[in-house]
Design a binder for this molecule. Structure first.
Ligand SMILES: Cc1cc2nc3c(=O)[nH]c(=O)nc-3n(C[C@H](O)[C@H](O)[C@H](O)COP(=O)(O)OP(=O)(O)OC[C@H]3O[C@@H](n4cnc5c(N)ncnc54)[C@H](O)[C@@H]3O)c2cc1C
Length: 288
């Protein structure tokens, strides 16, 4: 079922989960054990990244297929413009449909490591909006999500410019948006208000990261452009002196408080960046 229809049919806020495909097939049993544990959360949907860290489209396809048939989740496959070719994308989308996977998250993708700018390999797929249009034209049955940036995309010259591009890609046929991670809910609420004022009326699902380690956080911040409130960063640095478990516990507490406030104040649901770990997500749900 398309995620937008699931959201529309829902009277209560939801949780959804994001996984990344383990590169080595030897890690898959552990990965699916984590996914099994997370069934307790009853997520509205689960999404599986593509490309980041060098994972292949086949990995994403195999994993979403198994998350659907083995775990009973509603999965969404991420798809990017990196190395995009119409024939290959068409075949990938057809395989998703054959596997009963009804949703894709259409993304541009990040520049490869060591490159500042994204240089499209194929002029037909230069922006996420090109993918959205392609999916809509060739596979109209599929649900399509897109990415949104409460603190603007790092390469965007201004928040207004970025919002215009978000509006354009949604206009090409995007059903809903999932945000980049953020640590201050005021950023999300201000962004949603601006989007509504600009005429964007689709669900904007906030993406929340339970920080698992300080080193991991610094790595993620290096490419996603999100900011960390000074007080939260100082608390994480203090916790780090006590050891990794203290950082993780603080990350769970902060994410729980964020999720509670978001759900109480009108967010349609919360998308958890799981980092393929079950415990933090389960603790957040218990805390809610
Ligand atoms: C929820 C989420 C999931 C993600 N999953 C993955 C993943 O699985 N794999 C992965 O590699 N990356 C992933 N990313 C990262 C994403 O690929 C990067 O943030 C990428 O740099 C931008 O992707 P986009 O789809 O937002 O691109 P776009 O919407 O194309 O925007 C990219 C930049 O171009 C600008 N822009 C858009 N259209 C135009 C235009 N017509 N003319 C000029 N400028 C334009 C935008 O304002 C923005 O600055 C994810 C991000 C999010 C938020």
């Amino acid at each position: 079922m398309r995620i937008i229809d699931l959201i529309a049919a829902r009277s209560e806020p939801f949780l959804s989960l994001e996984f990344f495909p383990p590169k080595q097939e030897s890690s898959w049993p552990d990965f699916f054990a984590v996914a099994e544990r997370l069934r307790a959360i009853d997520p509205l949907f689960v999404s599986v990244t593509y490309g980041a860290g060098g994972s292949t489209q086949k990995n994403t396809l195999d994993i979403v297929t198994r998350l659907r048939s083995g775990c009973g989740f509603t999965p969404m496959a991420h798809l990017t413009c990196v190395g995009a070719d119409a024939t290959a994308i068409d075949a990938f989308l057809a395989s998703l449909e054959t596997a009963g996977v009804d949703n894709v998250l259409a993304l541009r993708g990040d520049p490869p490591a060591g490159q500042d700018a994204f240089v499209p390999e194929n002029a037909s797929f230069a922006h996420a909006s090109d993918l959205v249009r392609f999916v809509r034209e060739r596979h109209p049955r599929l649900g399509v999500g897109v990415a949104a940036y409460p603190e603007k995309h790092p390469q965007s010259p201004s928040p207004e410019d970025d919002l215009n591009h978000l509006k354009f890609k949604l206009g090409q046929g995007g059903d809903f948006a999932i945000t980049q991670l953020f640590f201050d809910n005021a950023l999300y609420f201000a962004f949603v208000a601006k989007a509504r004022a600009a005429g964007i009326d689709v669900p904007i699902v906030p993406g929340i990261l339970p920080v698992a380690s300080l080193a991991g956080l610094r790595r993620i911040l290096g490419f996603c452009g999100a900011s960390v409130p000074a007080a939260y960063l100082a608390a994480l640095e203090e916790a780090d002196k006590q050891g990794p478990e203290a950082v993780r516990a603080l990350g769970v507490a902060h994410a729980t408080a964020q999720a509670r406030d978001l759900l109480a104040n009108g967010a349609p649901g919360v998308h958890l960046y799981t980092l393929n770990k079950a415990s933090s997500c389960l603790e957040i749900v218990k805390g809610l």
